[in-house]
Design a protein around this ligand. Structure first.
Ligand code: NZQ
Ligand code: ZN
Length: 386
């Protein structure tokens, strides 16, 4: 096991009716920016629960953060923060709204001229404006981590940022919020969380028994609850296990002391940036090709995953590893998630070259757990995913 430091300061308030605890958790004297997305919270009762818990605090609302939070829109929110002397941000939404809040938290205290530099220059945010979240969509884990991914339509870019100052102060996780989530977004959430675990697990054996079993248990739980959540989002047992699995998949715990990959996300983000494909679906497109292309480096963990998660026990290490890739792709299909780029766009020719070119321009020359994947490897993986 590798050395590690672990600190996660986000307080979690989990369970039925927890949105009401905003009343006690939010600082009384704060001037709050209530940040939300395209309006789903106004149809499903979450907005009413939030506003009634806010009491007589001073609140400015800012809605309209789109899926894949857009830089231009966030700059409008940043202007409001500055004009209105906001001191605290409350994000009510899924990963996009929460990531938007993280960008605003960093940008509000950033002293440079162009906040986009935070993303392009990899500036780690040590201190941001305090913010909290009410999670409405289990998927990204953003509610308990310090990362954020921001999109800029103008340049078709989607880049990540983060830093120790970007953990939410607290996050409210009421599994009942999933009642109103469309099936497609539920499937996305399962797929995203599942792939988060794979990115931190599907590397090579390092004798980290506990981390491996934590990862495998999250994967098994997601597999168990997926059909139940899709069939009936009001099944509270399924919803609560789904929600907590998504948070646990990317709150930093399972990656401690082990190598991580994240190349599937790096390539996937380009597909969203270029074609607007839902984040989770880009992962389902890339992951099978990535594991096939890097088969030799990953076959031992693939075989372990086959045995422990999918109960595939016959054959050699290679046989089990191959069967695991196939079973993973079938799992995505069971969620009605397509796993080929050509199923999302007719315009896919040239994508592999474009991804490779972008990685080269950004100096991303060493992806994966061995830092051995070059832009030319990404090009081949993306082409395999056509
Ligand atoms: O905008 P509204 O009206 O809220 O509707 C949203 C949106 O259309 C809807 N929705 C959310 N909660 C709902 C609901 N509809 C009905 N009932 C509810 N309770 O769902 C749609 C998608 O929302 P979005 O926030 O975009 O989804 P998700 O949580 O999957 O977030 C995706 C974003 O997170 C980034 C992705 O790249 C993408 O930009 N990620 C963030 C990560 C992080 N910060 O750690 C890691 C991930 O790998 C990912 O990259
Ligand atoms: Zn993801």
């Amino acid at each position: 096991m590798n050395n590690f430091k672990f600190q996660n300061p986000t307080k979690i308030l989990f369970g039925k009716g927890q949105i009401a605890s905003l009343k006690d958790e939010l600082p009384q004297d704060a001037k709050i920016l209530l940040l939300y997305g395209g309006g789903s919270i106004k149809k499903n009762g979450i907005y009413e629960q939030v506003t009634s818990a806010l009491g007589d605090r001073e609140v400015v609302e800012f809605g309209g953060i789109p899926a894949n939070p857009e830089y231009a829109k966030l700059l409008e929110a940043l202007a409001v923060i500055k004009q209105q002397d906001i001191t605290f941000i409350l994000a009510v939404g899924g990963g996009s709204v929460i990531d938007g809040a993280k960008f605003l938290s960093a940008a509000a205290l950033y002293e440079g001229d162009e906040p986009w530099d935070i993303l392009t220059n990899n500036i780690s945010t040590k201190e941001g404006m305090p913010f909290a979240t009410v999670l409405t969509l289990p998927a990204t884990g953003s509610e308990m981590n310090s990362g954020s991914v921001i999109t800029r339509a103008e340049t078709k870019e989607k880049l990540a940022m983060g830093g120790p100052g970007l953990f939410p102060v607290f996050s409210i996780l009421d599994p009942q919020v999933i009642h109103s989530i469309p099936r497609r977004q539920l499937a996305n959430g399962i797929t995203d969380a599942f792939t988060h675990v794979l990115e931190q697990y599907m590397t090579y054996p390092t004798g980290a028994y506990l981390q491996d079993r934590l990862s495998e248990s999250i994967l098994q739980t997601l597999i168990e609850v997926a059909p139940k959540v899709l069939k009936d989002p009001t099944d509270y047992t399924a919803a609560s296990n789904f929600m907590w699995s998504c948070t646990m998949a990317l709150n930093g715990l399972i990656s401690k002391g082990v190598p991580t990959d994240w190349a599937v996300h790096a390539m996937g983000h380009e597909l969203t940036a270029l074609y607007g494909i839902d984040h989770a679906r880009t992962l389902a497109v890339i992951a099978p090709s990535h594991y096939t292309y890097n088969f030799e480096a990953k076959k031992e963990k693939l075989a372990q995953y086959a045995e422990r998660v999918w109960n595939i026990t016959d054959g050699s290490t290679e046989d089990k590893a191959r069967a695991a890739i196939q079973r993973t792709e079938e799992f995505f299909h069971e969620l009605d998630i397509d796993t080929k780029l050509s199923q999302y766009t007719d315009d896919y020719e040239g994508t592999a070259e474009e991804v490779s070119k972008r990685f080269t321009e950004r100096g991303w020359k060493a992806l994966g757990e061995h830092q051995s994947l070059k832009p030319s490897d990404a090009e081949q993986i993306v082409r395999m995913a056509y």
